[in-house]
Design a protein around this ligand. Structure first.
Ligand SMILES: [Zn+2]
Length: 311
């Protein structure tokens, strides 16, 4: 991408349950993961969150249970032959109904989730069709407004997980100028295949959000190392990722050869971090990484005062 666009992405709301963001049209049962006001299919203002619908379903089934209790209790009252029996039957009915009501209140949430699960299972086809409609909206938006397109694809990706969607997200992200304060992700975007946009994205993340460089991301870089090194900025991507990895000893333990290969390219403050970890662990050689770090230290940082404080 030649010119990166500055963007202000809308915050992304993560939900506890995957399907929680879906809304369904009360009129035509079209599903959507997006935030439009009216149904994209029948154009009516009839979209309700699936959670709301599931809660209604759960309440309705609870109501029928209460009705059944009520009928049984009432029959007992009607069949009673003495006044005492009437009083006892009536009292039992009231106590049981109150008890049932209390229990139902307590289980409403789990019953709602159960109803949601049933709703999703029985509407698989409609959900797929709804998401297809959402994808068409995304494709149209991408052409007009890349930022809106990305936000739409990001929502779809919470339900549709495949490489095509991931790639679409990566390409769009690579057209933006990324900043530290943005809500970015890496692991969910990792592909199986080599992709130069993804490699470049990892390189940027390594600079602005080091904490996202995890074992999986490093493994991706190592699997495709030779292809990445053929990229113009390939070596720098590997160096930046190594610089992010040295924030934790566990990555040095797991990938000592990788860090060793790129240690001489690390900027001073990242090398300092690596040097400190190496000094604090005198018993570990990390397959030659220790010697490599010593050699770089001797060559460049011997007289650097910061390198004398490592504990
Ligand atoms: Zn509709």
């Amino acid at each position: 991408m030649d010119k990166k666009k500055p963007v202000q992405l809308r915050p992304y709301n993560k939900t506890r349950y995957v399907y929680q963001k879906l809304r369904v049209c009360k009129h035509c049962h079209n599903f959507t993961i997006l935030w439009e006001d009216s149904c994209a299919y029948c154009k009516r203002n009839a979209l309700v969150p699936v959670m709301e619908l599931a809660e209604k379903m759960a309440k309705r089934s609870m109501q029928s249970d209460r009705l059944l209790f009520y009928i049984i209790g009432l029959s007992a009252v009607l069949l009673s032959q003495t006044f005492l029996q009437i009083v006892i039957s009536f009292a039992c009915m009231v106590v049981l109904l109150a008890w049932l009501w209390l229990i139902q209140r307590r289980v409403l949430h789990s019953e709602t989730l159960y109803a949601l699960n049933k709703l999703i299972r029985s509407h698989q086809k409609q959900i797929h069709e709804g998401l297809d409609l959402n994808k068409a909206t995304a494709s149209a938006a991408i052409k007009e407004d890349a930022q809106l397109g990305y936000e739409i694809v990001r929502e779809i990706a919470s339900l549709v997980r495949n490489d095509r969607i991931r790639l679409q997200q990566i390409v769009l992200l690579q057209s933006f100028s990324l900043r530290k304060d943005m809500e970015l992700e890496l692991e969910p975007l990792l592909l199986d295949e080599f992709d130069p946009d993804l490699a470049a994205y990892i390189g940027e993340i390594a600079k602005i959000k080091r904490e996202l460089i995890s074992s999986k991301a490093i493994q991706y870089l190592l699997e495709h190392e030779s292809s990445i090194l053929r990229m113009e900025q390939g070596r720098q991507i590997m160096i930046d990722a190594a610089g992010a990895a040295v924030r934790k000893k566990k990555y040095i333990d797991t990938f000592p050869d990788f860090i060793s290969r790129y240690a001489d390219g690390l900027p001073r403050y990242r090398f300092l971090r690596l040097y400190q970890i190496v000094r604090r662990n005198p018993g570990l050689s990390w397959n030659g990484l220790r010697d490599r770090v010593s050699a770089i230290y001797n060559e460049h940082y011997r007289s650097d005062p910061d390198f004398q404080k490592w504990d």
